[in-house]
Design a protein around this ligand. Structure first.
Ligand SMILES: [Zn+2]
Length: 557
């Protein structure tokens, strides 16, 4: 077996990249030609004599891509892999002299996931939904995902113990327990999915909540109370990323009202709305949806505390995988296909539905158009981040095509002609002439997500930044361009060199370690002993379990 873990970051020699046009929006550089120097895994002011020289004449240079929301590791991802063996057969990922083999499809194996992200110029990706009890397994899988740096968000919005603390008004203990849970799982951020809905639904099918102010049957508190408590706790702890929220009512007609109320709950505190496209639908519940991109964009535009990722739908095969178990249950019969719901004790639910989005189906075409409306009507590219909610809206491999749809009006108009006409006519997409610039693409795929995540050394190319760099041939066909970078540098190592993988590399785990009052452990322990299938002492992930990792500090006061 080939060695997967190569030499640590920084062992590669210095590099000077010359003659390329640099797009580094965080440092105000929009296409200027200047030298970019790398040494010991970092961007530096100048490289010593004898540094490797890369001539990037005619090429475009950006920081490595940062995916703020994808599903690439953990229990539900494995369930989706097991459910679709045909995907593995259809799309093998052969090894090379430098890289290991894997399988592809919409839910690639760990190895294929890392290499395929790198092959698009992405160097960081965040797994967006892991139940705490799945943390250990997730960390092992992330360690096995080559090249990229990575982290995960821990699911806490249907956690029975935390909801009990809230119901009893024990807000300080709640905050300590959130910090303990994040710490004990080595997570990067807190994640809420259908807050307050899954746990009651697991006991009784019609017990999911349908309104942000509806009190759930099990705990006697509402989604809004849960959201407010998390926004508060994360704000007080100054965690680098705000609560990452999958709102209630995903996919339902008229759900934009819930999305607006969720954002309003945050007041002026920071909040991230995940895959906002899936939460921007007008119309009456139970009836055909329409676009509500307009009121959603207006709210986001006017509130700088809000960031979101789009969750663009792309036509073709996808896999719906979500901790929103009631949603997966609702979608199970749409495809007359296999599906699965799974329970995660005391913490979350989960559902998987293999899916495909089709141009000629009204709802799919509408979803596609709404995502593009959101991108094209947004006033601040820093806060509307590129994602397909991989693999829910489509594979991350469709990012280059999505970038072309945003940058190339003529191409977009041709694509619009192929999709359901009535759906398009119920949006303003056909009237939107905006074309994203290269700098705006660098913002929505690099600088913006890095800033929203509080990753100060990523998403830019200033001195001290991680030397995560992508060099693309400047090609008028932006899909072709973003599909095949000429060079990808990860932590100072030229992993892709003249379009070819030239070495393997293990990225780091990015996580946070908020402080907590140690006495909270005594409060949590009895609950475990009463209800969990594992011993409390076997639950927390110890530091000794970590491989190469970096603790990201809290935001400065
Ligand atoms: Zn997601």
């Amino acid at each position: 077996m080939k060695s997967h873990n190569s030499t640590p970051a920084g062992a590669a020699g210095p590099i000077r990249i010359v003659n390329g046009r640099i797009h580094d929006p965080a440092n105000g550089i929009d296409g200027a030609v200047r030298d970019l120097c790398v040494e010991s895994g970092r961007i530096v002011e100048s490289a010593p004599v004898g540094a490797r020289r890369i001539d990037a004449a005619g090429m475009v240079i950006m920081p490595g891509g940062v995916d703020i929301h994808c599903h690439i590791a953990g229990p539900k991802v494995n369930l989706a892999r097991k459910l679709q063996p045909e995907d593995h057969r259809r799309d093998p990922h052969p090894g090379t002299l430098y890289t290991r083999s894997g399988t592809g499809g919409t839910v690639p194996s760990t190895f294929a996931t890392g290499y395929r992200y790198a092959s698009l110029g992405y160097t960081t990706a965040m797994e967006a939904a892991v139940p705490p009890i799945g943390a250990r397994h997730t960390l092992e899988e992330l360690h096995d995902t080559p090249v990229i740096d990575k982290g995960f968000y821990v699911l806490l919005g249907n956690n029975i113990f935390l909801q009990r603390l809230l119901k009893e008004g024990r807000r300080d203990e709640f905050r300590q327990a959130v910090a303990w849970w994040v710490n004990s799982t080595k997570a990067y951020a807190t994640k809420l999915v259908n807050p307050g809905g899954d746990e009651p639904w697991k006991g009784k099918r019609n017990a999911n909540v349908s309104d942000i102010d509806e009190t759930n049957e099990v705990f006697g508190i509402s989604p809004r109370q849960i959201i407010d408590a998390f926004v508060d706790a994360v704000h007080e702890m100054r965690l680098p990323h705000p609560p990452h929220i999958h709102c209630n009512n995903l996919g339902h007609s008229g759900n934009y009202a819930t999305t607006l109320e969720t954002m309003k709950t945050a007041g002026d505190r920071r909040l991230h709305i995940a895959h906002i496209q899936f939460h921007s639908y007008g119309g009456q519940p139970g009836k055909s949806p329409s676009s509500a991109a307009q009121p959603i964009v207006e709210y986001v535009n006017a509130h700088p505390n809000i960031t979101c990722d789009v969750g663009q739908v792309m036509f073709g095969k996808s896999t719906i995988m979500t901790a929103d178990a009631p949603l997966a249950y609702m979608l199970r019969n749409l495809k007359k296909n296999k599906w699965v719901n799974a329970d995660t004790e005391c913490e979350s639910g989960c559902g998987i539905v293999p899916f495909s989005y089709q141009e000629k189906i009204y709802v799919h075409a509408l979803q596609w158009a709404i995502g593009l409306e959101l991108f094209l009507m947004s006033a601040d590219p820093w806060r509307i981040i590129l994602s397909t909610d991989h693999p829910n809206g489509g594979s991350f491999l469709s990012y280059p095509k999505l970038i072309r749809l945003l940058m190339d009006r003529e191409f977009r108009k041709e694509e619009i002609k192929r999709v359901h006409k009535k759906a398009i006519s119920r949006t303003v997409l056909a009237d939107l002439d905006r074309e994203y610039t290269l700098n705006e693409i660098a913002i929505i795929s690099r600088a913006g997500p890095a800033r929203a995540l509080g990753l100060r050394n990523k998403g830019h190319l200033g001195p001290g930044a991680d030397a995560d760099i992508t060099v693309y041939d400047d090609d008028a066909d932006r899909e072709r361009m973003f599909n095949a970078p000429r060079y990808v540098v990860k932590s100072g190592r030229v992993v892709i060199d003249d379009h070819e993988f030239r070495e393997d590399f293990s990225g780091r785990l990015l996580h946070i370690a908020p402080e907590y009052d140690a006495t909270i452990v005594q409060t949590v322990r009895p609950f475990f002993e009463d209800y969990y299938s594992i011993e409390f002492d076997n639950y927390a992930v110890g530091d000794s379990f970590l491989h190469d990792h970096e603790v990201i500090p809290s935001r400065p006061a």
